[in-house]
Design a protein around this ligand. Structure first.
Ligand SMILES: [Cu+2]
Length: 236
């Protein structure tokens, strides 16, 4: 099974990939938001509308409730994804990021020598959305360390995916901020939801033929890690 082998590679390639995602931030100062006085119950409902990246045709929506330093619940539904494949999904944030989705104008790659279609890697999007701060896995760890654990991310079925998980704690992320500062930023609408995974050559597998190796982990195909949909989590 092609997928099975990819999943195993993803699990072993995890540590190296997440290291490469780290971008040193200038500072990790605690949030100075006046609305976040100590002792106040800080609960915010967030929504995101997911739009395609990499010409994927994917779209979707997400809702999340964030209370203090915890995601009480997050629900995501998306369609038009690479069918029957695992899709890494993260909340990204960076103090110096623009807190928005990248555009294809920021792509620094093409798919291949024979297919010059612009290709936006995960790294290409970092100035827009920042680092991984939460990995939206289906089970177990949800920290950035699980960012490439494709065996624990939801898989699409016929290109459709739905995800729901409760009680996810924000954690301190080296080079990004403390759990509190990251939770504050996400409640303030600075978190960006990114869904990854494209089947550029429509052969029903993440392979190295279409776009080569992932910049995050050379053991993974870029197809498995390039962003496919994105939306800013904002209050409503
Ligand atoms: Cu991501």
């Amino acid at each position: 099974m092609k997928h099975g082998r990819l999943l195993a590679a993803a699990a072993t390639g995890l540590a190296g990939g997440s290291l490469l995602l780290g971008i040193p931030a200038a500072s990790a100062a605690p949030g100075m938001d006046k609305t976040n006085k100590p002792g106040m119950d800080k609960t915010v409902s967030l929504q995101a509308s997911l739009s395609e990246l990499n010409f994927s045709g994917a779209s979707g929506s997400a809702t999340a409730t964030v209370k203090n330093q915890k995601i009480e619940n997050i629900a995501i539904s998306a369609t038009g994804l690479a069918p029957d494949a695992a899709h890494a999904i993260h909340i990204h944030f960076g103090e110096d990021a623009r807190h928005e989705c990248p555009t294809m104008a920021e792509a620094t790659n093409v798919r291949s020598a024979t297919d010059p279609t612009p290709r936006l890697s995960t790294a290409d999007g970092l100035p827009a959305y920042g680092d991984i701060v939460v990995s939206l896995t289906t089970t177990g760890d949800t920290t950035p360390a699980s960012g490439l654990a494709l065996d624990r991310f939801p898989a699409s079925s016929g290109g459709m995916l739905s995800y729901n998980r409760s009680k996810i704690e924000f954690t301190d992320v080296a080079g990004v901020g403390t759990a509190k500062s990251i939770a504050d930023a996400v409640r303030d609408g600075e978190g960006v939801l990114v869904v990854h995974g494209n089947d550029y050559n429509d052969n029903d597998a993440y392979d190295f033929e279409a776009a080569g190796k992932s910049e995050l982990d050379p053991a993974l195909p870029a197809e498995g890690t390039d962003p496919t949909a994105c939306g800013v989590l904002a209050a409503h």
